[in-house]
Design a protein around this ligand. Structure first.
Ligand SMILES: NC(=O)c1ccc[n+]([C@@H]2O[C@H](COP(=O)([O-])OP(=O)(O)OC[C@H]3O[C@@H](n4cnc5c(N)ncnc54)[C@H](OP(=O)(O)O)[C@@H]3O)[C@@H](O)[C@H]2O)c1
Length: 321
C-alpha cells in the first residue's frame, strides 16, 4: 500500500494529511481519445478482460481494490456492470444531489484529494489493497501525470476515430516503460498493452541506472502481480530458473536446455538485462548488422554466426541415441 503525505494550510494552522497513491488504467487511441458520446468507440474483449483482471485481482484475498472515476464515466458504464463488481467504486462529482451511493460498493466524493484521504483512513486503509483511477478525460487531465500517480497502464489502440473525451499523453520525463506487449489484433483493431512506472532510476551524483529487477525491484511491488511479472528481466530470470530446475547436464558439467527462446518487443524498451553482465557494445554492433541486412555479418568480426549450435546440438543428440 503506497501512501503519501501532503501539507494543507488551514487558516493559521498547518495540517498534515495522508493520502493514498494510485495507478491509472485506461485505453486510448493514437490521439489519446477515450470515448465518444459517452461510449467506447471500440469493442476489444481482451482489453476488457485485462481491465477487469488488473483492477480486481489482489494478492491478499481478504482485501479488494478501489476504482475512482468521474461522474460521467460512472454514467457511461453499462448498467449490467455498474457498480464494477468486486471493487469499491468511488465516483467524483461536485454535485451534492447525485444520489448513487445506495449500494455498499459505491462511495461519492467531492474531490480526488478527499477520496485519497478517505482511502488512507480506516477501515479503507486496511481493506483496500490498490487504488486505480479509471477515467474519464476530465479526471485524467489533472491526475494522470501527477506526483501521486505511481503507474499508468495504457492500452494503446492503433486507430484514429472521432472522440470527445481525451487523456493527456504519458509524460516520459516522469515515467518510463515497465512492459510493452506485442501488438494483438481483435475485431480488425491493432492494439498493445503498456505499463509506465514513475521514474526512480536516477541515482544522484553517480549517473548510474538502478536495476529494475535488481536490488531495488521491490520498489515496484505495488504493481499488479500480472503486470509486475511481465518485465523483460523476469523472462530471463524465469528461463534461468527453468534451466536450473530441469536442464540436462552436458559433458562439460554445464546445465543446458534446448530450444528455449526469449522474445522482446523493441518498440518501447531495449532488454538490457541488469541481473547479468551483458557485452553491450557487442550486442549493439550485431543488432545493427542484422537490421542493416548485412550480407556477410562476419566481415565486422561478429561471432554470432561462428557455428550452427542448434545443428551441432541435434547431431550430438542423434549420436548419443
Ligand atoms: N477509454 C477509457 O479507458 C475510458 C475510461 C473511462 C471513461 N471513458 C470515456 O470517457 C468519457 C467520459 O469522460 P469525461 O471526460 O467526459 O468525464 P469524466 O472525467 O468521467 O467525468 C467528469 C465529471 O466528473 C466530476 N469530476 C471530475 N473531476 C472532478 C474532481 N476533481 N472533483 C470532483 N468531481 C470531479 C464532475 O462531475 P459533476 O459534473 O457531477 O460535478 C465532472 O463533470 C466517456 O465517453 C467514457 O466512455 C473512457
Amino acid at each position: 500500500m503506497a501512501t503519501g503525505e501532503a501539507m494543507c494550510i488551514n487558516g493559521q494552522s498547518t495540517v498534515s494529511v495522508t493520502r493514498r497513491s494510485y495507478q491509472v488504467v485506461i485505453a486510448a487511441t493514437r490521439d489519446m481519445g477515450l470515448g465518444m458520446d459517452m461510449k467506447l468507440p471500440w469493442d476489444l474483449p481482451t482489453d476488457s478482460q485485462f481491465f477487469h483482471d488488473v483492477t480486481t485481482r489482489t494478492t491478499d484475498p481478504t482485501k479488494r481494490n478501489a476504482t475512482i472515476m468521474g461522474r460521467k464515466s460512472w454514467e457511461s458504464t453499462p448498467l449490467e456492470i455498474r457498480p464494477l463488481p468486486g471493487r469499491l467504486n468511488i465516483v467524483l462529482t461536485k454535485s451534492s444531489c447525485l444520489d448513487i451511493a445506495t449500494d455498499e460498493n459505491v462511495l461519492v466524493c467531492s474531490s480526488m484529494e478527499l477520496a485519497l484521504e478517505l482511502l488512507a483512513t480506516a477501515p479503507y486503509s486496511l481493506s483496500i489493497e490498490k487504488v486505480f483511477v479509471i477515467g474519464g478525460g476530465e479526471l485524467l487531465r489533472n491526475y494522470m501525470n501527477a506526483p501521486s500517480c505511481d503507474a499508468i497502464h495504457l492500452t494503446e489502440i492503433d486507430i484514429s476515430v472521432p472522440c470527445d473525451a481525451f487523456a493527456p499523453r504519458v509524460d516520459t520525463s516522469l515515467y518510463h516503460p515497465w512492459y510493452s506487449s506485442f501488438p494483438i489484433v481483435e475485431n480488425g483493431i491493432r492494439y498493445s498493452f503498456n505499463t509506465y512506472v514513475r521514474r526512480k532510476d536516477t541515482v544522484v551524483g553517480s549517473g548510474e541506472k538502478k536495476s529494475a529487477a535488481g536490488s531495488d525491484f521491490k520498489e515496484y511491488f505495488f504493481l499488479p502481480k500480472m503486470v509486475f511479472e511481465r518485465h523483460d528481466e523476469f523472462g530471463y530470470l524465469n528461463l534461468i530458473q527453468n534451466i536450473i530446475s530441469s536442464g540436462d547436464m552436458n559433458d562439460n558439467n554445464t546445465l543446458t536446455k534446448f530450444g528455449c527462446q526469449m522474445r522482446f518487443n523493441l518498440r518501447k524498451t531495449f532488454p538490457l538485462l541488469t541481473t547479468k553482465k551483458v557485452l553491450w557494445l557487442g550486442v549493439v554492433e550485431e543488432l545493427l548488422q542484422l537490421i542493416s541486412g548485412s550480407i556477410n555479418p562476419m566481415e565486422k568480426g561478429s561471432n554470432i554466426w561462428d557455428s550452427d549450435e542448434a545443428n551441432e546440438y541435434l547431431n550430438r543428440q542423434a549420436e548419443s541415441v
